[in-house]
Write a protein that binds this ligand. Structure first.
Ligand SMILES: NC(=O)c1ccc[n+]([C@@H]2O[C@H](COP(=O)([O-])OP(=O)(O)OC[C@H]3O[C@@H](n4cnc5c(N)ncnc54)[C@H](O)[C@@H]3O)[C@@H](O)[C@H]2O)c1
Length: 263
């Protein structure tokens, strides 16, 4: 059977490690040719080499997504390498954990610049090229931190909330060009940025009905669905991949639930 993304070109930002690498590997297995965009040239090359060794097709591009012309340069690179772009995944992100009062203007601006402005610049560059090819798919990797208030998430959560609204607005604006724009809001996923203390882990697990962290593969699978031909009538949504966090209110203990059973 032909892979579902055969002849598609996909660009994933921040694909040198963690969630982005898992997404790139999954889309490559599904048949797409990949551009691995990364600020860290070394991991971009490692990630690309792993995909090519596995029988896929990938090309690294070392670039900072926050640069004024990075989006244009990356899409021009995709066009000269593979002839265009069909799938864009905005995954590159930075996530400092700092209270609002301790956040410097410099840090605030950098977080918004990488996470939100980077997404804007890549979408702005990619959409006209997708439109010329008859359509495309954009997936923005946001976060549950963009949906709820939490300590230390001033700049990060605000940037992710901005990504969620930008997703909706672009979904509406790009629909006539047959470009679907969706977001994923991951809960805690085991990667290099979630080296959490015991206290933080238990704080997360208290709010997650599935009582565990997620895997990078779960996010990659959600992206694979959103960019697949089967996902044919979905745009502007946020798919939470969070073990139930978004639905959770109070979680009573089994003891309390038993205590209130009628005798
Ligand atoms: N891990 C989680 O629990 C979690 C939860 C919710 C959302 N997210 C989001 O998922 C995405 C990936 O997270 P991760 O856990 O894999 O993080 P990570 O730090 O392991 O990977 C992020 C990658 O992005 C790259 N990157 C950072 N800034 C860049 C820039 N300016 N230009 C190009 N590349 C850049 C990094 O070099 C790195 O390879 C992020 O947007 C993050 O906010 C992660």
């Amino acid at each position: 059977m032909m892979p579902v993304l055969e002849s598609k070109v996909a660009l994933v930002t921040g694909a040198g490690r963690g969630i982005g690498r898992a997404i790139a590997e999954r889309l490559a297995r599904d048949g797409a040719s990949l551009i691995i965009v990364e600020i860290d040239g070394k991991t971009a090359m490692e990630s690309s080499a792993a995909i090519n060794k596995d029988g896929g097709t990938a090309t690294p591009l070392a670039i900072d997504v926050a640069g004024e012309h990075s989006g244009d340069e990356a899409i021009a690179f995709a066009t000269s390498t593979y002839g265009g772009i069909d799938i864009l995944v905005n995954n590159a992100g930075i996530a400092p954990n700092r209270r609002v009062l301790d956040t410097t203007l410099e840090e605030w601006e950098r977080v918004l610049r990488v996470n939100l402005t980077g997404t804007f610049l890549f979408c702005k560059a990619a959409a006209p090229v997708m439109a010329k090819r008859g359509g495309g798919r954009i997936v923005n990797i946001a976060s549950i931190s963009g949906q709820r208030g939490g300590t230390g998430r001033g700049a990060y959560g605000t940037s992710k909330a901005g990504m969620l609204m930008l997703t909706r607005i672009m979904a509406v604006e790009f629909a006539p060009e047959n470009i679907a724009v969706n977001a994923i809001a991951p809960g805690p996923i085991r990667t290099d940025i979630t080296d959490h203390s015991e206290g933080t882990v238990s704080s997360y697990l208290d709010r997650i009905p599935m009582r565990r962290y997620g895997t990078t593969g779960a996010i990659a699978a959600a992206v694979a669905y959103l960019v697949s031909p089967e996902c044919d009538f979905t745009t502007g949504v946020t798919l939470n991949v969070d073990g139930g966090f978004d639905s959770t209110g109070l979680i009573f203990s089994q003891d309390d639930l038993r205590a209130s059973d009628p005798e």
